[in-house]
Design a binder for this molecule. Structure first.
Ligand code: ATP
Length: 234
């Protein structure tokens, strides 16, 4: 579904992603794990069109989307859920969801999406008239993900969905990601929470200072010497 080849991204000519290649197949959960500053957010921003590619290519469902504007990439079926649960704090849950559906002009289709999202996130259904800023941290992360789903993406990019959440909420969020997969979505996840991400992922890559250093199934990487030493403290 997604092929990234030799992608180079950076800021003011200084590369932060130094030519990485990876792929995501339809229906998979793929995790890219790495430490602080490895370049995870940069990579996600590059795919969603928020940062121009310095080199390399991004092909989504057979179409080269490198350097397309972000709104066109959303229209093509890729949703980006940014780091930091960026919801519109003064708007209600439902208004936040409506903003996620801006690329879906058809009213009936929008209604179907609300129903699907509320079915996946019953907590948000109960709170649809609540002001987003008054939701708990975990609920705000749910809302950020749900808003991404309102564009009816085929591929959803999740930037550190577990960041800053208490351990119990972290497992809840990973549980939700599994639910989204069951609903037929393809997921590319970047995470610092290496253990949980590898347990969930079908396949995963390890990013270190802008380069992919290893890849494998989630299970393989959980058992790998490099991952155990560098990220799991074992
Ligand atoms: P974190 O989890 O801390 O966000 P990350 O793996 O997502 O880490 P990035 O945010 O992608 O890492 O940062 C990768 C590198 O790019 C870092 O060296 C960072 O300082 C640099 N960088 C990120 N954003 C900018 C920016 N707007 N301008 C200049 N350099 C940046």
């Amino acid at each position: 579904m997604l092929q990234v080849v030799d992608l180079k991204l950076g800021y003011k000519g200084i590369p932060a992603i130094q030519g990485v290649s990876f792929a995501v197949k339809a229906g998979e959960v793929v995790a890219i794990v790495g430490a602080n500053g490895a370049g995870k957010s940069t990579l996600i921003r590059g795919i969603s069109g928020l940062l121009p590619a310095m080199d390399g290519s991004i092909v989504f469902q057979g179409t080269t989307i490198s350097n397309w504007p972000a709104h066109r990439i959303v229209g093509q079926g890729i949703a980006h859920v940014p780091e930091g649960r960026l919801t519109f704090a003064r708007m209600t849950v439902e208004q936040n969801l409506a903003l996620g559906a801006f690329t879906v002009p058809n009213k009936a289709k929008q209604e179907k999406l609300y129903a699907e999202v509320y079915d996946m996130f019953p907590r948000l259904a109960e709170r649809r008239q609540q002001i987003a800023g008054t939701l708990s941290g975990g609920e705000q992360q749910m809302l950020a993900i749900a808003r991404g789903l309102m564009s009816d993406p085929r591929l959803i990019l999740l930037d550190e969905p577990s960041l800053g959440l208490a351990p119990k909420l972290v497992s809840q969020i990973f549980g939700l990601i599994a639910t989204i997969k069951q609903h037929g979505k393809t997921i590319l996840l970047v995470e610092q929470n290496v253990h949980e991400a590898l347990e969930l992922a079908d396949r995963a890559y390890v990013l270190q200072t802008g380069r992919m250093v290893t890849e494998g199934s989630g299970r393989e990487l959980l058992g790998s010497e490099l991952v155990r030493k560098a990220y799991l403290g074992i």
